[in-house]
Design a protein around this ligand. Structure first.
Ligand code: B12
Ligand code: SF4
Length: 461
């Protein structure tokens, strides 16, 4: 079959992100004998024109649309992307079978499929289930018994089965160099799955809660290919947590260092599993910046969000970063269950004390079905079982919902190393766009230091 792979993601904030999920689908589809063409809409001036052109030049028999994001999970500056995806599906519907999938889809598959009116949706990983679906479509038989497959108008599906041997993506049909140039990095996945259970988090729902590790030799080969063939110099590891399991991270870093790969990189790191030997190995492997999924600096909020670490751990992980001189950012989520002005101020105080290069804060927590915070939101009357969630609904602790934005704006506005994207504090899309012209590699929050924002004494705190 001629299969058109469409990356529907047009979000360029905080930077354009290479569609690695779609690139993972290329090898299994090619092995099954399909002819592939890729339409990446990220940089298209007019998606409908780009689609019309792709249909003229390729004549696909089936369309596979990857939906990475359905919205930007940002309060109050929420953006939904579904209308754009719907336009693509509308253009294709009736001309060929339209199959949708991706993390944005898998979070609320029934709702997204009904909204888009696509023919098929696949929940979870696509590698092992797309080929049999396409085979059935090519043979003109009704696809059946495929895990994760959802058909238009039907409401039941078999649970997805996690891929055991995670392969490597094939990036040759994509414009990787543009992402590297304009986004400042390429991306690589070393494992899938997170065993923790933070109350709001959907990563374990998407990737499962048992880490599935890739063979280190294969990761090294992929990194080497990125350097040699694609001239990549900066990587973001897209793992839910880079440093868990810690032994695997240590071994990978040591191997990267041994290979002397000319690469810098950054990743999401859990403060609970950072020690001096691992941090040292990370630095020797080219680590350039660390992003901690910290969420709060208040003991009560760490507990209420189900975090696996304590304030002492955050202090220690930050101390290690400061000592080694690596740039580090803490990501904070305000507004969870039990949040009040006191806990917010505790978080600001801890961040003042541990003095990261940057703090990136969100106010309000996007509620997804299947999470503990969804149940809490029901109990708190924030939503009912009938509340539609395709248009984002945010958890904001009832006691503070009317004042939280003012408090966070007031406090973060007084601190030079705080970024609050939802309220445009120390950041805006225009600013990001302008900075990106300088083709800086790595996360832009690192610039907070270069422009003298971080390590300045807070005005208040
Ligand atoms: C790493 C990451 C980031 C990094 C990306 C760094 C980089 N250079 O790549 C950073 C921090 C920059 C980031 C930013 C954002 N992210 Co993000 N990110 C992730 C994360 C953790 C992993 C994504 C990834 O690369 N996965 C690896 C690939 C291989 O998996 P995949 O894309 O899911 O593809 C597989 C399957 O989905 C499936 N598949 C994919 N397409 C298709 C299509 C079909 C037809 C089929 C059958 C299957 C299929 O098969 C693939 C292979 O198995 C996910 C959460 C998660 N665990 O998935 C969130 C996630 C995707 N991000 C999300 C969001 C919202 C964002 C932002 C909008 C946040 C913001 N306001 O800034 C931005 C958008 C950036 C952009 N330009 O698009 C949301 C999307 C949910 C939603 N509500 O829409 C997620 C799910 C997390 C969340 N918070 O809920 N992100
Ligand atoms: S927030 Fe991080 S540690 Fe917690 S469940 Fe999500 S991915 Fe795992």
């Amino acid at each position: 079959m001629n299969v058109l792979l469409v990356s529907a993601n047009r979000e360029r904030s905080p930077y354009p992100v290479f569609p690695i999920g779609l690139a993972y689908l290329v090898p299994p589809l090619e092995s099954a004998g399909h002819s592939i063409s890729v339409l990446d809409l990220c940089f298209a001036d007019d998606p409908k024109d780009a689609l019309a052109q792709a249909l003229n030049t390729f004549s696909p028999d089936a369309a596979v649309i990857s939906i990475r994001n359905i919205d930007n999970v940002t309060f109050p500056a929420s953006r939904s992307y579904l209308a754009g995806v719907r336009e693509i599906v509308d253009t294709l519907r009736g001309k060929m079978p339209v199959i949708v999938g991706g993390s944005g889809f898998s979070l609320m598959p029934l709702e997204v499929l009904a909204h888009l009116e696509a023919d098929y949706g696949i929940v979870g990983e696509g590698e092992e289930v797309l080929p049999p679906l396409l085979e059935a479509l090519a043979a003109g038989t009704a696809p059946a018994g495929i895990p994760g497959l959802l058909k238009k108008g039907e409401s039941v599906w078999l649970p997805p089965v996690p891929v055991q041997a995670i392969g490597a993506p094939d990036r040759t049909l994509f414009d990787l160099s543009r992402y590297h140039r304009e986004g400042g990095m390429a991306n690589v996945q070393t494992k899938r799955g997170c065993p923790f259970a933070c109350t709001y988090c959907i990563y374990p729902l998407l990737e499962g809660n048992i880490p599935r590790l890739r063979p280190i030799g294969e990761i090294i080969n992929e990194l080497r290919l990125l350097v040699d063939r694609f001239n990549v110099s900066y990587i973001y590891f897209v793992d839910d947590i880079f440093n868990y399991p810690p032994d695997f991270a240590l071994e990978l870093c040591r191997e990267m260092a041994r290979e002397r790969l000319p690469l810098k990189w950054s990743a999401f790191v859990n403060p609970g599993f950072v020690d001096a030997p691992l941090l040292q190995a990370m630095l020797e492997a080219g680590c350039d910046a660390v992003e901690f999924g910290t969420d709060a600096g208040s003991p009560r909020m760490l507990k209420n969000l189900g975090k696996s670490f304590t304030v002492a751990t955050i202090r220690e992980a930050s101390r290690l970063c400061r000592e080694t001189g690596v740039d580090f950012a803490h990501y904070i989520l305000f507004g969870g269950p039990g949040e009040g002005e006191g806990t917010i101020l505790e978080t600001f105080a801890l961040m003042d004390e541990v003095d990261p290069t940057a703090v990136i804060a969100m106010t309000g927590i996007r509620i997804f079905p299947g999470t503990t915070i969804y149940q809490q939101a029901l109990a708190d009357g924030i939503l009912s079982p009938e509340t539609p969630l395709l248009e984002p609904v945010f958890y904001l602790a009832p006691g503070i919902r009317d004042t939280i934005c003012d408090i966070v704006a007031r406090e973060s506005g007084q601190r030079k190393n705080w970024v609050v994207p939802g309220m445009e504090i120390n950041i805006s899309d225009t600013m990001l766009e302008a900075v990106r012209h300088f083709q800086i590699k790595g996360p832009l929050w690192k610039l907070m230091k270069r422009v003298g924002r971080s390590h300045s004494k807070p005005l208040k705190g």
